[in-house]
Design a protein around this ligand. Structure first.
Ligand code: FES
Length: 116
């Protein structure tokens, strides 16, 4: 596989990367349906959240990932990539999206519902 950026839709999911494109502890910024998302690899499990920080628009996909938490590169607000919720409990959040891996390809689907 070449790791091309070709996009294929599958049951509402869109191919965004090959698994090898996103190393463990890393991220890739992708566009799905006109929306910029950051896809993270946390120890082999992939998560997708909206890439734009709600504070002043920092690119979360360029932030520092520690465990499941990414820190915004601009002013350090931190978000749990599993849920999109700010890890400080302060009420900030970004959208979180379904992710599937199939045959070494990473697919992003619909926005996940926030659970109480
Ligand atoms: S823009 Fe992300 S913390 Fe300020």
């Amino acid at each position: 596989m070449s790791g091309s950026s070709k996009t294929i839709s599958m049951d509402g999911f869109t191919r965004v990367a090959a698994v090898d494109d996103i190393p463990a502890g890393g991220a890739k910024v992708v566009e799905v349906n006109g929306r910029e998302l950051a896809v993270f690899n946390v120890s082999g499990t992939y998560y997708a959240i909206y890439n734009i920080c709600p504070h002043q628009g920092g690119p979360l996909g360029e932030g520092t990932l520690k465990g499941h938490v990414v820190s915004c590169p601009w002013h350090d607000l931190a978000f749990d990539v599993r849920t999109g919720l700010a890890s400080d409990g302060g009420g900030n959040c970004v959208g979180s999206y379904e992710v599937k891996v199939k045959e070494s390809e990473v697919f992003v689907g619909p926005r996940r519902k926030v659970q109480d």
